[in-house]
Design a protein around this ligand. Structure first.
Ligand SMILES: C[S@@+](CC[C@H](N)C(=O)[O-])C[C@H]1O[C@@H](n2cnc3c(N)ncnc32)[C@H](O)[C@@H]1O
Length: 235
């Protein structure tokens, strides 16, 4: 059987397959855009700073960063060329620099600058080695700047796991079958969230990676207790 961290290497190509319909399905998720704006705001970056939207996908999280920081220089990085193609076509995002690369090694993608903030929305869960990734992200930040991980975490709460199972099997997986005619990445979404860190484990992981002022902020709606903003500062 395939090891789950090996399975993660297929994720960007799975996203290529659903890129044309990604915005349609996420648009049906109440709060999707607003919650991303909340995480972007919680990042607390310098208004005219340089902000990295890591695992930017089709640019929905990039739009959130741009709305909150209209004067910032924004860089979006993703490993799926299909998702990036959709992002690059968005007129609203004309000022954003989009880069193809792996979140595990942002420097290898040619980004040499330090960032005044990094938003990683639905990204950390998908990288094969989150500990190494976090240490590298810490080093990409200007001292005093923050990382915001916008991510699902349901481990450790029976209620959260039950809601997550119901939303995935009742809405997201059938929605993927209808819009994208494939359920592969949506079944992976369900499983990867179930296997991902609890809130406490991710906070510990962030501290181990050398971040300080680590804290978690909740979301509202059905996502309460399921989706969170994890905030961490580079000392
Ligand atoms: C669920 S989408 C999130 C997109 C966007 N942040 C949003 O909020 O809508 C996850 C994205 O992570 C990207 N991704 C997964 N693994 C990656 C990796 N190792 N490096 C860079 N991007 C990756 C996928 O290609 C996909 O576009």
């Amino acid at each position: 059987m395939q090891d789950f961290s090996e399975r993660k290497r297929e994720v960007p190509s799975d996203f290529d397959a659903i890129a044309p319909t990604y915005d349609l399905l996420t648009g049906m998720n109440p709060g999707y855009h607003r919650h991303l704006r909340m995480s972007a705001g919680r990042l607390g970056a310098k208004p005219d700073g340089t902000i990295l939207d890591l695992c930017c996908g089709t640019g929905i999280s990039t739009e959130a960063v741009q709305e909150v920081y209209p004067r910032a220089q924004i860089v979006g990085l993703d490993a799926s060329r299909g998702m990036l193609e959709v992002a690059k076509k968005k007129a609203l995002l004309r000022g954003v620099r989009f880069v193809h690369g792996d979140a595990m090694d942002v420097r290898a993608a040619g980004l040499t600058e330090r960032f005044d903030g990094i938003l990683m929305a639905y990204g950390l869960r998908n990288v094969p080695d989150p500990d190494t990734c976090l240490v590298r992200l810490r080093d990409l930040l200007v001292p005093g700047a923050r990382l915001a991980i916008h991510e699902y975490s349901v481990a450790g709460s029976r209620r959260s796991r039950l809601v997550w199972d119901a939303v995935c099997w009742g809405i997201i997986i059938p929605g993927g079958a209808i819009t994208a005619r494939t359920t592969k990445i949506y079944r992976y979404l369900h499983e990867s969230v179930r296997r991902f860190d609890s809130v406490r484990m991710l906070e510990q992981r962030l501290r181990r990676a050398g971040f300080v002022d680590v804290r978690t902020e909740p979301m509202d709606g059905w996502q309460r207790g399921i989706l969170h903003t994890f905030l961490a500062t580079r000392p």
